[in-house]
Write a protein of this length. Sequence first.
Length: 624
Amino acid sequence: MRRRLGIGFWLAVGWIGVVLLAALLADLLPLYRYDETLAGPPQTGPSWEHPLGTDGLGRDVLSRIVYGARVSLGVGVGAVLLGLLIGAPLGILAGYRRRAADAIIMAVNDVALAFPALVFALAVVAFAGASLRNVLIVLAVLGVPAWVRLVRGATLSFAEREFVLAARVLGTRDRRILWREIVPNVAMPAASYAFIGMAVVVVAEGSLAFLGLSVQAPTPTWGGLINEGRTLMETAPHVVLVPSVVMFLTVLSFNLVGDRLRALTDVRESGLEPVRQVTVSPMPVAEHQVRDTLLQAEDVRTHFVTPRGLVKAVDGVSFTLERGRTLAIVGESGSGKSMLIRSILGLLPGSAVRGGKVYLSGEDLTARTPAEMRSVLGPRLGTVFQDPMTALNPVRTIGTQVTEPLRVHLGLGRKEARAEAVRLLASVGIPDPVRMLGRYPHQLSGGMRQRVTIAMALSCGPDVLFADEPTTALDVTIQDQVLRLLHRLREEHHMAVVLVSHDLSVVARWADEVIVMYAGKVVERGPAAEVFRRPRMPYTQALLQAAPRLSDPVHHRLREIPGRPPDLVDLPPGCSFRPRCAYARDRCGQEAPPLVNGSGHQYACWYPRPIETAIAEGAESSGR
Ligand SMILES: Nc1ncnc2c1ncn2[C@@H]1O[C@H](COP(=O)(O)OP(=O)(O)OP(=O)(O)O)[C@@H](O)[C@H]1O
């Protein structure tokens, strides 16, 4: 930490500390009174008696600077705290609630920001009177719009992180998410801005004092001292230079500390979409039969209305899943895998429109309100995300994060939750789980972090575990361990697993059933062994050929799927895969192929690959 912050940071902290202490303890220090006109010649330079000399009236400059710091720093700290107190809640409200609250707060804020600040301050102080209280209030109010903007921005960015989505998936309430997940993370950028804000306020107060519009004489303030010394510039330059240098160093230090703190909070973006729970299902639902299975998705659709047109990210996906089985959802990036999962969980970006039905043990989840979904997310549906670093809150210990769902959902006490957390961490293969409780996510390796998120997802004993690309962010050697662990846990907990992946070699080994997605639609589905042994749709074949296999020689070149995934706003007519398909004929460009039964599974293709030429690889490398 020390090396990352740099020596400049510590020097700046030291300087601020010295000035602050001197201001606080001024009455205890062996100083002359700041307003005491001393015997002897005025305007003398530094001497033993007066280390920084005396001013035009023969008063001790050191004493006036120290007492001046009380006003300058007092206004700086006070105005920043007051601005923060008003601006931060508004910023959090705008960033988290969005929609109407955001629109109103930001519209007022933009108007406030358009005001010329110093002119406004001058006018108010000139009108209301130049006193410490008035200057502090005016500078605090002027700082509020900047606070609102900063806190809103930070809230927006953290509200989109996976650990917030993870908290939602665990059914955590909004207020708790705000306090436990978002506020601690917004605190760091806010602290950084507080220092920069203090620098701004110290300069602003100095400017007002320079114009004679701050605290009145004889109480010293740095800006006032500079103003008083102006006329002595030629005869006694120290009277103006010393307070100028002190003010310069203080402002520089505040900026430096603020800037280094900001650099510390510069964590990488998750790239996730903002998450909002969707309650309504405005799209019509096709006729279907509710089955007696654990999880049933019926004609699930997720559409986005964008300025470019309608994006059908998920377009009519249906499946059923039984306890003790693993369903793999595979497809290239952008094929709609994650949106399908989020639709099922009812956690979609605010701009999404959801259609279709999802049943858990025959109960319609799409009919539930977000509040009602909370009792399902966590206890019945668990989720593991792609990147364990963004799925865990960086400022909270592993212990707090693992025990939270246990306390919220299972109502366990502190001690019981801790004991259960230790048991859970041990069950996912974490060595020394007791010590692990006190650690922070950044102290763990990627594989260990993913084990922690798996432990959290399992904490309330879910019926279905969703694992969205759970190994993509991990080292190849760790990937297999994590998948093996998921498989073992599925057996132990007798749950169902939905495994999302773009890597067919991953799912070939661990899935019972597979759904292949392309442009939001299912293009091939069936028992995994069957689909991998005899893929009929050219896209599935291409995916299989693009997947690395353990048996490949070292310099084996993978065959890329030709062309690019389609633009979902402007899908080609007929089969969406046609422009990239080597076997396409006229009919493929005219009619979209339906899912048909054949060779033990379903595929959507007018000219499926003959069974003999289908690639008999993939599942063969399986060896659980
Ligand atoms: N907020 C949004 N507005 C418009 N389109 C969106 C939005 N979010 C996602 N999409 C589109 O939905 C499609 C499906 O996205 P999704 O994240 O489900 O893909 P994926 O198959 O999970 O890909 P990946 O493996 O990269 O995560 C993408 O093409 C994406 O462009």
